[in-house]
Design a protein around this ligand. Structure first.
Ligand code: GRF
Length: 199
């Protein structure tokens, strides 16, 4: 199966997928990596693995719609079976969702529907929850609202800082991402009434 991964930052989730895909039994390859900005480690990781990259900064386009169309076109060129937002910090538009809404997943560093948005671990810590974690879900038109594929929890410790909690979540998040992307591509999936099932 063909994976396109979208990144905006360090790309440690991308790296986990690149590493898993070196085993042919995994059933998927990262065929391209897209980003909304230059100069990020995620793009370096793709290049080091010999994976083609493309960069579509929102600011390079006159309107958000034009950006969405360009991103959709660039992703389409790689004929993905599954597209993975792995720390991609942009909300895609209607055109992208029309093209890929049934095969675009995102990994979020909180247990949705709690703590959506870009500060999941910080918000969880501030709230005082005792369990934090990560959620893998199919992206819909909302912010972190789509049908959930899987969730993994980690404890929040008394002496946690945003940094220590973020790192504990990321370790579990990467393992979950690799596990479930593999299952999805090898076994397929259905979504009915928000319920994702992997046969
Ligand atoms: C992940 O924890 C993701 O949930 C959050 O940003 C992080 C991306 O990390 N939105 P990386 O770029 O994969 O290292």
């Amino acid at each position: 199966a063909r994976l396109v991964v979208l990144v905006s930052g360090s790309g440690s989730n991308l790296q986990a997928l690149l590493d898993a895909a070196t085993d042919p039994a995994y059933g998927a390859q990262v065929v391209a990596v897209g980003a909304d900005r230059d100069g990020i480690a995620g793009l370096d990781r793709a290049a080091a693995a010999g994976v083609p990259t493309f960069v579509d900064p929102v600011k390079a386009y006159e309107t958000r719609d034009d950006w969405d169309a360009a991103l959709t076109a660039h992703v389409s060129e790689h004929k993905p079976d599954l597209i993975i937002s792995a720390g991609f910090l942009k909300l895609v538009g209607a055109r992208f969702l029309a093209a890929f809404g049934d095969r675009y997943i995102n990994t979020h560093n909180a247990l949705l529907p709690s703590f959506p948005g870009i500060h999941g671990p910080r918000d969880a810590l501030a709230y005082g929850v005792k369990l934090a974690g990560a959620t893998l879900f199919f992206v819909d038109a909302g912010v972190d609202t789509g049908p959930i594929v899987a969730q993994v929890s980690v404890p929040v410790l008394d002496d946690d800082t945003e940094e220590t909690l973020t790192e504990r979540i990321k370790v579990a998040e990467r393992a979950q991402l690799v596990d479930y992307v593999g299952r999805l591509v090898r076994e397929g999936w259905t979504i009915e009434n928000r319920k994702v099932r992997i046969p």
